[in-house]
Design a protein around this ligand. Structure first.
Ligand code: NAD
Length: 380
């Protein structure tokens, strides 16, 4: 049987991006061989690297490559020490990342947070809160809601003091939150499908005691749940969810939320494991070329403080590549092979500096490339 070639655009970007993307490609090549896949990986510039080469954070040639591809594996973009060189709208965070999200309609962000047993020391939680593990997937609506709706503006209004004595002008800011039922439906389907592949539990987060958008959210999510009878749904207010995630992290499987709530809860979940260097993410869109198009990248940024030193942790990037195999290419076995190799290498004590616990016995301090080598070897 002839193999289907999976087309990947690899955009390394800035800071530690090139170092960690290199290791992810190394691991992808190992899993390609082992699992009998065929991967076409083409690299292209993005971010400050692209500005230096082609004068633009997202060159047309890079967009053209992404359009021909079925998934994007991205390192990171942005170098805050260069911000003064460009107006905000031309800097990589907006001109490249937001542009890609818009161009490819990436409306669902997935952030899995799993604490490897061997990295329990990196978590800020007490050991008894970790006994039952941490394995949460935050599914966040990332194209609508709080961050994109209009009107949004800052103006001035006349304010009258409570005693009515004086009136003066004060600045006022307005944001809008708007979500349509169809926007809620499509993200709910992503959440329920993800839960179905996992432990079949979903916690839908909202603020339905206060916000209109949350009341609609709760109604629509409940309606959609009827299509997934195997998945157990619970609703939770966002403040309770933040509290419970810290007190009882084991309670959560998939956490489904709107844009701003997901932004915050994604970071609460990330804090549970202690290091950004191990956390992957995916931004999913609709079908392209018959597959779910996605952009896969670490939860962290370009980490300029450690760039070029061969000390960055490549695990987040490598696990992002595993998510790509699972969600865009439907290859759960290949994704699991990478995840198992990462767990094995961490359990064997391999540590980049960010996850090396003080005084942890029997660890093997490694560089970025040595960590990539070890994970690739664990796959072979
Ligand atoms: P950051 O995530 O880059 O770094 C925060 C801290 O985490 C740093 O101490 C860094 O060394 C550490 N860290 C991050 N990834 C690591 C890894 N793989 N291994 C070991 N340590 C790691 O956040 P920042 O410093 O606030 O931002 C730096 C730049 O990255 C900014 O220009 C920002 O705009 C950009 N950024 C980009 C993205 C993205 O491309 N998606 C996301 C966040 C920030």
């Amino acid at each position: 049987m002839s193999k289907t070639t999976l087309k990947i655009a690899a955009l390394a970007g800035d800071g530690i991006g090139p170092e960690i993307v290199r290791e992810a490609i190394k691991v992808l090549r190992a899993v390609e061989k082992k699992q009998g896949l065929s991967l076409e990986i083409v690299e292209a510039p993005i971010g400050w690297a692209a500005i230096d080469q082609e004068g633009k954070a997202l060159p047309d040639s890079t967009v053209a490559l992404c359009k021909k591809s079925e998934a994007i594996l991205l390192g990171a973009v942005g170098l805050h020490y260069r911000d003064a060189e460009m107006p905000k709208e031309k800097r990589p965070e907006r001109a490249a990342l937001l542009q890609l999200r818009k161009q490819f309609g990436l409306f669902a962000q997935l952030r899995p947070v799993k604490l490897a047993a061997s990295l329990a020391h990196a978590s800020p939680l007490r050991p008894e809160r970790l006994e039952k593990g941490v394995d949460v997937l935050v599914v966040r609506e990332s194209a609508g809601g709080d961050y994109y709706a209009y009107p949004r503006k800052t103006d001035e209004v006349i304010e009258v003091k409570e005693d009515g004595s004086t009136a003066h002008r004060v600045r006022r800011a307005i944001d809008t939150t708007a979500l349509s039922a169809s926007e809620i439906e499509r993200i709910a389907h992503v959440g329920f499908r993800a839960a179905w592949l996992r432990r079949k539990r979903i916690t839908s987060v909202d603020k339905a005691n206060v916000l209109e958008t949350s009341i609609l959210w709760r109604e629509v999510v409940t309606e959609i749940s009827g299509q997934y009878p195997d998945v157990t749904l619970e609703h939770m207010l966002v403040d309770t969810a933040a509290l419970q995630m810290v007190l009882r992290p084991w309670h959560f499987d998939v956490v489904l939320c709107g844009n701003m709530m997901g932004d915050i809860l994604g970071d609460v979940a990330a804090a549970l494991v202690g290091s950004l260097g191990t956390l992957p993410s995916a931004s999913l869109g609709t079908l392209r070329h018959g597959r779910t198009f996605g952009l896969y990248q670490p939860a962290g940024g370009s980490a300029p403080d450690i760039a070029g030193k061969n000390v960055a942790n490549p695990v987040a990037q490598i696990l992002s590549a595993a998510m790509m195999l699972r969600y865009s290419f439907g290859s759960d076995p290949a994704a699991k092979a990478i995840e198992a190799a990462v767990e094995k290498v961490l359990a064997a004590g391999y540590r980049t500096p960010d996850i090396a616990g003080p005084g942890e016995p029997g660890i093997k301090p490694v560089s970025t490339s040595q960590m990539g080598d070890a994970i690739a070897a664990a796959i072979r």
